[in-house]
Write a protein that binds this ligand. Structure first.
Ligand SMILES: [Zn+2]
Length: 745
């Protein structure tokens, strides 16, 4: 019966596809035809109106971790998924989630000021007045503290900003720093401030970045109003994300907790986010020199570095409670390969109402699940097991996905094929980032999805937009390379445990780029705001459901898993070139600096009206031995080329045992000992930077050792990465031997 239905679809939907183009990669020609017909059937199912109603329901009230509506949403998601005919359940964990007990920021001295620390409701926005349920503006995992000190402005609060301050003779030792949001992940700001001796940290939203300088503010436009503040986590997640008290283990009943005072990922100093209305009197109180041009924001007065004559008083206390998490998990058993798991996820918790972050993605994922439920009722049976996840606790620290990944680590390492993540979604262009063994796969799938606005394939639109935005020297490659490059993943959403801890090939993707937004992590990220300024007709919510569902199906049904390794090898080669350039730059910079000191450049620049401290002299970095990496990169390139050729010739015919070997390919890029100083992070090609937060460092063990001038460590790490790449090449050579022999060139 099922076969007959499948055959009918084949005839009705894709008779043209059979003669028109080559088979889907990893499929036999016959299977390719039936798969294509099922995919087309699937793509007709998601409806924009459903996604809108999902968003209305899920964002109707504040639903952060531990709130009544967070649990209510999880139970509603569960009931919806069951009503789609799916096997769904809630998996519960309990994790540390601090919430504010008291918050105080005041300026002492002749013109005292007390910060309001409150986002007001907006007339005409019906959910902005749910004040009793809203989490106050704060940074989660700031430590408690009560400090009074002069204030210093530190621009974005990055390491390089402190170098500028040092040249100006300004120390933040014993001071409270005020940094603006942007350019680095927020958690890096208090971390670097504490390393430089600051005792407190304020982070404010400058109107230059997401306020009136960028566009009209809410409710006239989508940008941040003067009292809007950005909540967010400041946990030191580059060390490890998830429950701070159970690193590497699922936070299930009975697990041993690290005592709070021994947790490494809570900040060393108190930190609080504030609005630009609250920041204005504080910034105006700053004395000292005028800031460098690049440090100026858009407030209507001159910015000074400080310190302030009047002191600032910052006092914060939190409830250090453990709160329940509700992950909603769906399992669709695979008909042919039940032990190979395709995992898909998006979080459902938010800082407040979270219409964009994350409900724009959650609503589409739910519609995706409904559509797959329909397809199952029509007779589709996925060959692999599909697991749909609706994560709780992403916002504080990727809690729900990390605890689930840690609790199921052994089975996931054994069975997981890939993890596909989405989060906020908007109107515009398709983007993806992730594992380069999946670069070809995501290119292929997005050639088959239509863009709602231009009606061209979303892949083609993304390519043309990249050409328009690229510097001239990069356009040639975008035009000529078969696959669009995808960036590597750092952190900042729920893929982290899968990719960085477990070594599961992962992608993160979505749509965006056409609408401005300045509501991030505020009470204004709600249904009224989203439906006025963003994907107002939910056409891109539908496109996301079509894209993600098709990707899940194509991976779950493939005869031969559609990993491709030439793109991976090409990317590794690119990273190697970057590392060599970086090492050379460090040498050139050190030589130039020492030469300028010797020439007297800093004496010549001396201005008696300003403070200027010359940089310290430093040893010239040694040459590193990149030969093992060069060899491994070449070996991987050769092995990948041979494998991809044999794979193409196999026409989707899968030799026994080959798919499990391909699943192992991403695991081989990890090391059980982890990266230097952070054993939780085990991927050797990708990690969030220790001093960038969300932003990725590629080949992080080597790159960060060079950046931090640890030359012996850099040499050791070159050895570890080279050995992993050689193992990867060997896996590919063995895999190639199991495929039918191809004629020699
Ligand atoms: Zn999110």
């Amino acid at each position: 019966m099922r076969l007959a239905i499948a055959a009918a679809f084949l005839f009705a939907f894709t008779a043209h596809a059979v003669d028109a183009g080559p088979a889907l990669r990893g499929y036999t020609p016959e299977h390719s035809a039936t798969e294509t017909s099922w995919e087309h059937k699937y793509q007709a199912l998601p409806e924009s109106d459903h996604i809108r109603e999902n968003m209305r329901r899920l964002s109707a009230r504040p639903h952060h971790v531990g709130s009544p509506y967070d649990k209510d949403n999880a139970e509603w998601l569960l009931a919806q998924l069951k009503s789609f005919g799916l096997d769904a359940q809630i998996e519960q964990f309990t994790t540390l989630f601090p919430t504010p007990k008291s918050r105080l920021v005041e300026l002492e001295g002749p013109e005292p000021f007390k910060a309001k620390l409150q986002e007001p409701p907006v007339p005409g926005d019906p959910t902005s007045d749910q004040q009793s349920e809203q989490l106050p503006t704060y940074n989660a995992y700031s430590r408690d503290g009560d400090v009074t000190a002069p204030l210093v402005y530190v621009n974005y609060g990055r390491t390089e900003d402190y170098e500028v301050l040092e040249r100006m003779g300004i120390s933040v030792k014993g001071a409270i720093v005020i940094a603006r949001y942007g350019m680095s992940w927020r958690g890096i700001k208090p971390k670097v401030a504490a390393e430089h001796g600051a005792v407190g940290c304020l982070i404010y939203s400058d109107p230059r970045d997401d306020g009136y300088y960028a566009g009209d503010v809410y409710p006239k436009g989508p940008m941040r109003p003067e009292d809007g503040a950005q909540r967010g986590s400041v946990m030191d997640m580059p060390l490890y994300p998830g429950d701070p008290q159970t690193p590497g283990m699922g936070a299930v009943p009975g697990v041993k907790l690290i005592p709070l005072d021994q947790v490494q990922t809570i900040t060393k100093i108190p930190v609080l986010p504030i609005s630009y209305a609250d920041a204005t009197p504080l910034l105006k109180s700053l004395g000292g020199e005028t800031v460098p041009e690049a440090w100026r924001g858009a407030l209507p007065f001159t910015y000074h570095v400080g310190p302030s004559a009047a002191k600032v008083h910052l006092a914060l206390a939190f409830n250090w409670d453990r709160k329940p998490l509700y992950d909603v998990i769906v399992r669709i058993p695979g008909a042919k390969y039940p032990d190979e798991w395709m995992i898909r996820g998006n979080h459902h918790d938010a800082w407040v109402n979270g219409a964009e972050d994350p409900i724009s993605g959650t609503s589409a994922e739910l519609e995706e699940a409904r559509s797959l439920g329909q397809l199952l009722q029509q007779g589709w049976k996925p060959e692999r097991t599909i697991i749909y996840c609706f994560w709780d606790g992403e916002e504080p620290a990727l809690l729900g996905s990390t605890e689930w990944g840690e609790a199921h680590a052994d089975e996931l390492r054994a069975h997981a094929v890939a993890y596909f993540n989405t989060d906020s979604n908007d109107r515009g262009y398709f983007y993806a980032a992730g594992s380069h063994s999946l670069e070809n796969f995501v290119n292929n799938v997005t050639k088959d999805i239509q863009d709602p606005e231009t009606k061209m394939p979303v892949w083609k639109r993304a390519k043309l937009v990249q050409i328009s935005q690229a510097p001239s020297q990069e356009r040639g490659e975008i035009r000529s390379r078969a696959d669009l490059r995808i960036p590597a993943l750092g952190s900042g959403s729920d893929f982290t445990v899968f990719l960085d801890h477990l070594g599961i090939a992962s992608l993160d993707f979505g749509y965006g780029g056409e609408d401005e937004a300045g509501q991030y992590h505020s009470i204004y990220d709600d249904f009224a705001w989203y439906t006025k300024f963003e994907d107002t007709n939910f056409a891109y919510g539908r496109a996301l459901a079509q894209t993600a569902g098709t990707m899940v199906m194509r991976m779950a049904d493939a005869d031969l898993l559609p990993f491709q390794f030439s793109d991976l090898a090409d990317t590794v080669h690119l990273y190697l070139t970057q590392l060599k350039t970086l090492a050379q730059q460090k040498r050139d910079e050190a030589k130039e600096r020492d030469r300028e000191v010797a020439e007297g450049v800093y004496k010549a620049l001396y201005d008696p009206k300003k403070t200027m401290v010359p940089p310290p002299e430093e040893a010239i970095p040694p040459y590193l031995n990149f030969a093992p990496l060069e060899q491994a990169s070449d070996d991987l390139t050769e092995a990948a080329k041979a494998f991809d050729k044999a794979y193409a010739a196999a026409d989707g015919a899968a030799p026994a045992g080959l798919n499990p070997e391909l699943i192992r390919s991403e695991r081989l890029l990890t090391t059980a000992q982890g990266l230097p100083g952070r054993p939780w992070f085990q991927h050797l090609l990708y990690a969030p930077g220790l001093y960038t937060g969300y932003d990725v460092k590629t080949i992080p063990g080597v790159r960060e050792a060079i950046e931090q001038k640890q030359w012996t460590l850099a040499d050791q790490q070159i050895g570890i990465v080279s050995a992993a790449l050689e193992h990867e090449a060997e896996l590919l050579r063995q895999a190639t031997r199991t495929l039918p022999a191809t004629p020699a060139e």
